[in-house]
Design a protein around this ligand. Structure first.
Ligand code: PTJ
Length: 263
């Protein structure tokens, strides 16, 4: 791994990038995962690399949905495994939910490596190595599923997902919770609940919310869900991004003068 000094102004972002690159070197992350990370970084940059108020609201709804669920399940791909393996295991154990490896660029070797990585972080139940059914309507590898995992789940957490499977899972009647830095992606728009945040911030935040809500009544959790609108939340995410860009434009005026310097 490249040595990044802690004093570097972009330390956190560069370290995240290093973890993805390490994931590729270790056969955990696909090469395409580097491109997905780059796209994510671009969105993270224009939302200010912080958890937006709208993302916090989505996280509360996601926590309520996962706590109400009778059979929650969590999907893990190569990027998620490289960035937050321990955090995903902690979340799964809090919910008593299975982790299911589900890959778009599937190879049996990579599935096994990711499953082993999750087990090395203490995961109790990792599925995905022996899929026994398919999500209806999908032709690619993401269709592969496991009974007792995502296939039978009533609520599924799908970080960094593609729109096809998100839509298919919603079509199966599941509550689908996406984590995606792009509020305009098909996944974001089709999911029941979308957390527009970096997975590195979203998962610890979700775990904290679940812990703080765990003593709540079902009535309260249902009220949280009834109050939630994914359309409003995504619109708010876009507005927060616009505000952030406007603030940076004002900063630019301050630095260069509102008329702009001429050389
Ligand atoms: O391991 P595999 O084979 O299953 O492949 C995983 C990737 C992520 C490569 C695959 O699912 C893929 O190509 O995904 P997409 O279609 O590029 O979508 C990824 C979405 O996740 C994009 O909308 C990105 O903006 C978003 N994203 C990327 N990095 C992050 C992110 N969202 C949250 N946190 C991130 N760190």
């Amino acid at each position: 791994m490249t040595e990044i000094p802690k004093s570097h102004p972009r330390y956190t972002s560069l370290m995240t990038r290093e973890r993805i690159a390490e994931g590729v070197r270790n056969g955990i992350t696909s090469v395409q995962g580097l491109i997905a990370q780059g796209r994510g970084e671009a969105f993270d940059y224009i939302l200010g690399e912080r958890t937006m108020i709208s993302a916090d609201r989505a996280t509360l709804a996601a926590a309520a949905a996962l706590l109400i669920a009778k059979r929650p399940a969590i999907s893990v791909n190569g990027n998620v495994a490289a960035l937050v393996p321990g955090e995903m295991v902690e979340l799964a154990s809090l919910l008593n939910a299975p982790l299911e490896v589900n890959l778009f660029h599937r190879s049996e070797e990579r599935v096994r490596r990711i499953a082993d990585l999750l087990r090395s972080h203490g995961a109790r139940l990792v599925l995905g190595e022996n899929p026994d059914c398919r999500i209806p309507g999908l032709e690619h590898s993401r269709a592969l599923a496991t009974r007792g995992g995502i296939y039978d789940a009533d609520a599924v957490l799908i970080p960094l997902e593609d729109g096809d499977r998100c839509e298919a899972l919603v079509g199966m009647g599941k509550t689908v919770i996406a984590v995606d830095l792009n509020p305009l992606s098909r996944t974001s728009m089709r999911a029941s609940i979308t957390i527009v945040d970096n997975i590195t911030r979203a998962v610890p935040n979700l775990t904290r919310k679940i812990s703080s809500l765990s003593g709540s009544t079902t009535e309260y959790l249902q009220a949280v869900l009834m109050d939630y609108s994914n359309r409003d939340t995504l619109r708010d995410a876009l507005l927060e991004m616009r505000e952030y860009i406007t603030a940076r434009m004002n900063e630019l005026d301050g630095a260069q003068g509102s008329a702009g310097k001429r050389i």
